[in-house]
Design a protein around this ligand. Structure first.
Ligand SMILES: Cc1cc2nc3c(=O)[nH]c(=O)nc-3n(C[C@H](O)[C@H](O)[C@H](O)COP(=O)(O)OP(=O)(O)OC[C@H]3O[C@@H](n4cnc5c(N)ncnc54)[C@H](O)[C@@H]3O)c2cc1C
Length: 315
């Protein structure tokens, strides 16, 4: 399910110089090299900044609220799903999307950032954290009938909420920390009828199109697609800001619209447990890690480590 989808990209270029370069539509001209510059090694100042836009934008960020990973987790006995009855916090994965959105919106006056979340029990703690970082408002979809919703149902619900917000750009994390199927954002894009670009490590936009450096094993692809679009960001690519005391105080009075399924015009039978196409049939303990091998250096330590790694086919 992962990948840049839709065939609507204007340009996608593999940056590994050894790989054949395919130039299907438009090709960005090679920059003229400055003094001391090495071909293929762009200096930091030439690389696109996370934010280069000149039109005000409405950026919607998906924020999943999850049970605190630092606390012991428990599963619901019947459904094998995570017990979400306690306090939920913002998934750390989404703090990168929030930061990206704030940088994009912060560059142009009049831009705004809206958070969207689906969570049980009217939970807003995680949203308040993102509001304290600087987002302007939030939409929470919470409804008892959503219990047991799978990733597709979640995408249906979030799509309905996001459609009403009329965003220019939707940002989500590549995968959540608790469910980590990594499927929700591309389903969301499909339902919204928007192109999607995954694994973004840099985003820039002029308000009409979005340019994304899409992380790959070999380096990154340079992907461009029209707005509105859904972009998923990779964890660790920006430094999420800490909410300031002023931000925390301001977040208390920022608006959070709490919506039910009825508000969104969604039939309860299409989501929640009745509409789910995924079922967790069993949960098994992870395999115990075996004891490591201790190499005592008797003059041949390095060779023995190399032989050990070769045996594992790591080198
Ligand atoms: C059997 C089952 C039962 C479930 N029961 C419930 C339930 O009772 N109540 C409930 O609320 N959910 C429930 N869910 C939904 C689940 O918590 C996830 O939201 C959903 O399955 C998405 O899967 P994921 O976390 O693997 O998403 P991924 O595709 O890994 O998520 C990628 C990104 O999408 C965004 N995203 C994903 N989920 C949300 C969300 N909920 N809100 C905002 N952004 C989001 C985040 O940016 C996230 O990092 C259930 C799921 C399953 C499979």
């Amino acid at each position: 399910m992962q990948g840049a989808t839709g065939g609507r990209h204007l340009l996608q270029r593999e940056f590994d110089e050894r790989a054949p370069v395919s130039r299907p539509c438009a090709v960005r001209p090679e920059p003229v090299l400055g003094h001391g510059e090495v071909p293929g090694e762009s200096p930091e100042w030439r690389r696109p900044r996370p934010v280069v836009n000149n039109a005000s934008m409405h950026v919607v960020v998906c924020v999943k609220q999850i049970p605190d990973p630092a606390a012991p987790a428990s599963l619901e006995p019947g459904s094998h799903t995570l017990d979400r009855s306690g306090k939920l916090i913002m998934d750390d994965s989404d703090s990168y999307g929030v930061e990206m959105a704030l940088q994009l919106a912060g560059a142009v006056e009049g831009s705004e950032v809206t958070l969207v979340s689906m969570a049980p029990g009217g939970e807003t703690s995680g949203l308040r954290t993102a509001l304290a970082m600087g987002a302007g408002r939030a939409i929470l979809v919470s409804d008892e009938a959503l219990a047991g919703s799978d990733a597709l149902s979640t995408a249906k619900v979030l799509a309905a909420a996001i459609r009403r917000a009329e965003p220019d750009l939707v940002i989500a994390a590549t995968e959540s920390t608790d469910g980590y199927t990594g499927t929700m954002p591309v389903q969301l894009a499909e339902l919204l009828g928007m192109p999607s670009v995954t694994f973004a490590k840099r985003i820039s936009t002029d308000g009409v199109k979005v340019e994304v450096e899409r992380q790959t094993e070999a380096g990154y692809d340079d992907v461009e697609c029209p707005l509105p679009a859904v972009v998923t960001v990779t964890a660790g690519v920006v430094e999420p800001r800490y909410p300031s005391f002023k931000g925390i105080m301001a977040a208390k009075s920022k608006p959070i619209d709490v919506l039910s399924l009825a508000d969104l015009g969604i039939d309860a039978s299409a989501v929640g447990a009745p509409g789910a196409r995924q079922e967790i049939v069993d949960v098994l303990d992870a395999e115990q890690r075996g004891a490591g091998e201790i190499v005592v250096d008797e003059g041949d330590g390095a060779q023995r480590i190399v032989a050990f790694l070769e045996q594992l086919k790591v080198i």
